[in-house]
Design a protein around this ligand. Structure first.
Ligand code: ATP
Ligand code: MG
Length: 294
């Protein structure tokens, strides 16, 4: 059984896709079979960052939109990438006739089934169930696709930009995650939030860290120690289908912090699962099925 991590945040441009790709790539480099599900079906940025726009590669290549709109299973659209151990379920913007998919509208039409479609498709996928980790990249919204992703996930993680607007929106994302946990998916755990691009101005960054610490204390949601600095190198990576790990030395800005973020994530998962295992010995509550060591 994979650990499914939804990378969420309602604000645009906060680093969801960049962090999904980097966390997934590092997990793959560590030897974990890892798959990215590109569930930002309007932008397909994770797909572009990892294998390029699939409709440019071959007219016959399909992605998650085709499966959701026309039926089939995710194993049909499970692709290897140029990186060992890293796979992707891509998102394609257009159907075979060249019209744009509107997955948000499609899922809304399906009602309850629409909310659960991603979860059901993941459950039925042999390929995904053979992965250690599945990372879901989401659109910048708290609409039905993001809620569907939270329903399918074991964990959610929130990237944050140290600008005031983004700070405000984290509260809403946390609330949405905790609401899904309370009402629909008791297995969902918040991994926490992390700074995905740190403001270079010392005054701004200091203020942001204090505010994020306060938010963490108030909500009980973990605030990761590792903070990813701003680096212009990130901007060029999607075009070349590369990660910061491929183009910089281990000691360079961005590279070393993403390594340390993934260490922290693995540590945090271990902590959560150890405490779940302990409480399942004392309580009669249902627990997740056992998984391979992270
Ligand atoms: N640490 C960083 N330093 C500098 N630029 C970064 C950093 N992280 C991400 N970026 C850049 O910021 C932009 C937005 O990042 P990204 O696409 O990951 O955000 P997003 O939250 O997925 O956006 P959207 O909500 O539109 O999907 C991209 O151009 C990306 O290259
Ligand atoms: Mg994105």
């Amino acid at each position: 059984m994979p650990r499914i991590i939804s990378v969420t945040g309602q604000k645009g441009g906060i680093g969801k896709t960049t962090s999904t790709v980097h966390i997934a790539s590092r997990l793959a480099d560590l030897g974990f079979k890892t798959c990215i599900i590109d569930f930002d079906t309007t932008q397909s940025n994770a797909t572009r960052s990892v294998i390029g726009p699939i409709w440019e590669q071959s007219e016959k290549v399909r992605g998650i939109c085709d499966i959701m709109a026309n039926g089939g299973g995710l194993d049909e659209v499970f692709y290897a990438t140029g990186r060992e151990n890293l796979y992707i379920i891509p998102s394609e913007k257009k159907d075979a006739r060249g019209s744009n998919y509107n997955i948000e509208a499609l899922l809304n039409q399906l009602g309850l089934e629409g909310f659960n479609l991603l979860k059901d498709l993941i459950t039925e996928s042999k390929e995904l169930n053979s992965c250690h980790f599945v990372l879901i990249d989401n659109a910048p919204s708290l609409g039905i696709t993001t809620v569907g992703s939270l329903l399918a996930a074991d964990y959610f993680i929130i990237p944050v930009q140290t600008s005031d607007l983004s700070m405000e929106s984290i509260g809403d994302t946390i609330t949405a995650g905790l609401k899904v946990k309370r009402m629909q998916n008791p297995y969902l755990e918040s991994l926490g939030f992390f700074v995905a691009s740190m403001d270079k101005r010392p005054k701004m960054s200091k203020k942001a860290i204090v505010e994020l610490g306060e938010l963490s204390n108030k909500t009980g949601v973990h605030f990761f120690e590792t903070m990813i600095p701003i680096s212009s190198k990130f901007g060029f990576l999607p075009r070349d289908k590369k990660t910061i790990f491929d183009v910089t030395k281990t000691s360079e800005r961005g590279h070393r912090e993403y390594l340390s973020l993934v260490d922290e994530i693995l540590e945090r998962i271990k902590e959560i699962e150890t405490s779940e295992a302990k409480s399942s010995k004392t309580k009669t509550t249902k627990t997740r099925a056992p998984r391979k060591e992270a």
